[in-house]
Design a protein around this ligand. Structure first.
Ligand SMILES: *Cc1c(COP(=O)(O)O)cnc(C)c1O
Length: 384
């Protein structure tokens, strides 16, 4: 059955049938009253997910576009920026800042580890002249499967006074994030991860402090001019350019589903899924990349067993079982494979994927105790 696959990659994620149906609604006038209603509805749902009262702008772009919008709307060329890098996406955030002329100082941490907050605090304390204008951090590093403690990072950044820009593209909705309570200045996300919507929308939440910085920010911007987007959103309930209507229809439906499940239940489901993948991998004797203290509940990075390559695992699972796993990224491209377990993913999806993984590894010659792996997963997925 060619079409039926179990898509277990960290984005794009599976899209629920109701969202797909919503995406196929007829086009409307984006300068008409129905659009304003749609935009309002999406904004209400997004505010609940971001846990913020601030403005959220929805842009017709992918996650990288949202990251670019975050950078260019609050910074000027030559501004000193501290980029906290724990994997490929942290690296991308730093590269965008550099491309637009920021003076980027990188703080690199070993892949698989989270940001060492004490080290960040020490660096910021050294900066008594307050040269550092912004700190860039990834909430959930999708390339390694590590979740940073954003609340702790924010405490030390707030004490210094720099802006904190957060990439939560694969974090939001799967993992808890308190934009307002934690004092995050700019938070970027996208439609195709835990929001359960096809790719094509970027979201940027802007705090009061971010808007103050925006008034001074001189990096070039046109398509991603957030002040322009805010003005037309506030005054006319429209967008400056043609919005991605299909994805916005889908978003309204996805947000309704998230509200119906309840955000806290959604986080709990992701904790069960993450816990099951880790427990099963452990029972299969597989080594995980992430420091267990910071292991992500949205994605897991796994080293294949001795004598088996990551490519062999992924092609066998795809071709024989229709289970789609992701490879590694950046310097870990050939080293690890990743299981995405975020968004429209239920317990049985994860249970099936793990069963296929155990079977596949045995076929590739690895010594794997399938029953032990599935028992371990079962205990996490359906705790008695
Ligand atoms: C997916 C992702 C992005 C954005 O990727 P796009 O392909 O541009 O949508 C950015 N950051 C993280 C952490 C991601 O997981």
């Amino acid at each position: 059955m060619e079409e039926k696959q179990l898509l277990m990659i960290p984005g794009p994620t599976p899209v629920p049938p109701a969202v797909l149906r919503a995406c196929s609604k007829p086009m409307i006038n984006h300068r008409g009253p129905e659009f304003s209603k749609l935009q309002d509805e999406c904004n209400r749902g997004l505010a609940a997910c971001f846990k913020t009262q601030s403005d959220i702008l929805t842009l017709p772009c992918c996650g990288t576009g949202a990251l670019e919008a975050a950078i260019v709307n609050v910074l000027s060329p030559g501004d000193k920026v501290l980029a906290l890098v724990i994997g490929s996406f942290g690296d991308r955030f730093a590269q965008i800042a550099k491309a637009f002329g920021a003076d980027v100082e990188r703080m690199d941490f070993e892949w698989g580890q989270a940001v060492d907050v004490a080290q960040v605090a020490a660096r910021l304390q050294q900066d008594s002249a307050k040269d550092i204008k912004a700190v860039l951090v990834t909430h959930n590093e999708t390339s390694t499967g590590v979740t940073n403690d954003i609340e702790a990072v924010s405490k030390v950044v707030r004490a210094h006074g720099a802006l904190l820009l957060v990439d939560s593209v694969s974090g939001l909705v799967a993992l808890d994030l308190h934009t307002d309570e934690w004092g995050l200045d700019v938070v970027a996300a996208a439609s195709q991860k835990a929001f359960m919507v096809p790719p094509g929308l970027g979201f940027v939440a802007m705090s009061e402090r971010a808007w103050k910085a925006n008034a001074q920010a001189k990096m070039p911007r046109f398509y991603f001019d957030l002040l322009k987007a805010k003005k037309i959103q506030d005054e006319k309930k429209q967008t400056p350019w043609t919005p991605s209507l299909p994805q916005m229809y889908g978003l309204a439906e996805g947000l309704r589903m998230i509200e119906q499940e309840g955000l806290e239940n959604c986080f709990a489901r992701h904790r069960r899924l993450g816990g099951a993948v880790r427990a099963a991998c452990k029972a299969m004797g597989l080594r995980l990349l992430a420091d267990p203290k910071y292991a992500s509940n949205a994605v897991t990075s796994i080293f294949p067993p001795e004598g088996v390559t990551n490519k062999q695992v992924r092609s066998l699972l795809l071709n024989k079982y229709g289970v789609v796993l992701a490879g590694g990224q950046g310097k870990l491209a050939d080293e690890i494979f990743r299981i995405g377990h975020l968004g429209y993913v239920c317990e049985t999806d994860v249970f099936s994927a793990l069963a296929a993984l155990a079977a596949g590894l045995r076929e590739l010659g690895a010594k794997v105790d399938t029953a032990a792996a599935l028992d371990a997963a079962h205990a996490e997925l359906w705790p008695s």
